[in-house]
Design a protein around this ligand. Structure first.
Ligand SMILES: [Fe+2]
Ligand SMILES: [Fe+2]
Length: 323
């Protein structure tokens, strides 16, 4: 086996947490309000959907992390995971205050599980039940270490690493390009810094699990989760923006492909980091199959191809993320 990069211990990550504190109040979300009033409707809509999707993910993770805390394999893990629980609470608070403040979302929209925003959320519809189930099983098993490691895979490696981190990255780039949203930029950058610690913890815990006899459950859980993770990325349940003008279609499809390519690279990099690079080919095949399936579901549902295969079919794009 090739030499592996060193990963920080849970104690190191605790120390980072102490030195990387921030507060929602100090972000002062209200300063973005005037800029929201001048946004074009299409920009506003795109930002709103991305923010709501992240908010829904954050609420779900605050509701599910405690079983991993309760059944931590060591005291150090538990203390680190307590810091993460505090972070996720802060993230929900940030997204809520931002959506209710400068964006002007109705509080009822955020609370109702069947609101239009919730139904638009691929994460809420597709992956949230998977994560809830995985973390419930940790509790029901009384903290069986194999089940705990499967929970870390679903929570840290898939939800945070493959699904949330690339969409957070893309949203930050989009917000920078829109301009004039200083509070949102600052808040998202704080969230991203916290999430980097969370992802790193997942890699540390999974690598240790692989070394301690849980390689099989970790590998199979990871491979098994990829299909649904890709479904969240493609989101066949929501009609995608499909520009008619070829240059606009090429640009839009290229952006999606770029985001998915980031997710794919992360997915493969994590496998190598945790010591399961031997599963790389299998993971690549599972990833490609999942895209083929999600595009087929999309086309059947909307009676039109998804913009990415459409652009590829027209020779406007050479996809990188799923071939
Ligand atoms: Fe978070
Ligand atoms: Fe997180």
């Amino acid at each position: 086996m090739t030499a592996m990069v060193t990963l920080p211990s849970p104690r190191d990550l605790y120390d980072r947490w102490e030195s990387q504190q921030w507060s929602v109040a100090r972000v002062e979300v209200g300063r973005d309000a005037s800029r929201w009033e001048t946004l074009r409707p299409v920009t506003r809509r795109e930002l709103l959907v991305a923010l709501a999707e992240l908010e829904i993910g954050e609420v779900c993770v605050t509701q599910t992390l405690s079983s991993l805390v309760d059944h931590s394999p060591t005291e150090e893990d538990r203390i680190y995971l307590c810091t993460q629980l505090a972070d996720e609470g802060r993230h929900v608070q940030f997204f809520k205050q931002y959506l209710l403040g400068p964006v002007g979302v109705d509080p009822a929209e955020l609370e109702q599980p069947d609101s239009e925003l919730s139904l638009l959320s691929a994460y809420g519809q597709i992956f949230e039940p998977v994560l809830r189930d995985a973390t419930r099983r940790v509790r029901e098993s009384g903290g069986d270490p194999a089940v705990w490691h499967a929970g870390v895979v679903q929570y840290h490696l898939v939800t945070e690493g493959v699904i949330a981190a690339p969409s957070l990255k893309r949203l930050r780039e989009f917000v920078r390009a829109v301009g004039g949203l200083a509070a949102l930029e600052e808040g998202l950058s704080n969230v991203a810094r916290d999430e980097t610690r969370h992802l790193t913890y997942g890699q540390t815990a999974a690598r240790r699990g692989v070394q301690n006899g849980f390689a099989e459950v970790i590998g199979q859980t990871y491979l098994g989760a990829l299909e649904q993770a890709v479904e969240v990325l493609v989101n066949p349940g929501r009609k995608a923006v499909t520009p008619v003008i070829r240059a606009a279609l090429a640009h839009h499809a290229g952006q999606l492909d770029e985001q998915w390519s980031v997710a794919r690279n992360r997915m493969l990099r994590q496998l190598a980091l945790i010591g399961l690079d031997a599963l790389r080919d299998e993971a690549e095949r599972a990833w490609e199959r999942a895209f083929t399936r999600a595009f087929a579901v999309y086309e059947q549902r909307w009676d039109a191809p998804h913009p990415v295969p459409k652009a590829a079919g027209l020779g406007l794009l050479t996809p990188r993320a799923h071939v």
